[in-house]
Design a protein around this ligand. Structure first.
Ligand SMILES: [Zn+2]
Ligand SMILES: [Zn+2]
Length: 172
């Protein structure tokens, strides 16, 4: 336990915890690193904590087909960093391949996230997290693009080697 803000005879643990400067700093930091998100109608609410493992764009046909858009803006998280805070009962799953469990809201059809069990990662769609500053770092599956983006970011033909891809790059 860190420095106390004021000398205190209190022996109530939670009060002491609240007075502890180190704990208050940590709580503040954790709150600052918490980002809320939701589905289209708001029935499903979630929270992510910390910083994502990666952010970028996926151009693959599956992402395009499921999202109904030319590209999927992804933010990848460790599963422990993602918490559903409301509406668990409204979440349904579409699973076409073992790589992706796509989660959507049964009430509005809004897409929420995709679990990637083989990678140990969860893609919470950037559009699901309006509070998070989206800073893309990479394009994946760029060989399949229908929307070329000359933004100077690295462009992988498919996936990085760590995720079972070729790791090959495509020129901007
Ligand atoms: Zn919804
Ligand atoms: Zn994709």
């Amino acid at each position: 336990m860190g420095r106390l803000r004021a000398p205190s005879p209190l022996n109530n643990q939670s009060l002491l915890h609240n007075l502890c400067v180190a704990c208050a700093d940590r709580n503040e930091k954790e709150n600052a690193m918490r980002h809320a998100g939701s589905c289209f109608c708001g029935a499903v609410q979630l929270q992510v904590v910390g910083t994502p493992e990666a952010m970028g764009y996926c151009h693959c046909r599956s992402c395009r087909s499921w999202s109904g858009s030319p590209v999927n803006a992804f933010t990848l998280w460790n599963p422990e960093a993602v918490r559903i805070t409301a509406g668990t009962e409204s979440i349904a799953t579409s699973q076409k391949t073992p790589v992706s469990q796509r989660k959507y809201c049964k009430k509005c059809g809004g897409h929420v996230m995709t679990l990637h069990p083989p990678f140990g990662l969860v893609d919470v769609f950037a559009a699901t997290l309006p509070e998070l500053a989206f800073k893309p770092g990479v394009h994946v599956n760029y060989a399949e693009t229908v929307l070329p983006m000359n933004d100077g970011l690295p462009k992988l033909k498919d996936f990085p080697v760590e995720l079972g891809g070729s790791g090959e790059m495509i020129a901007d």
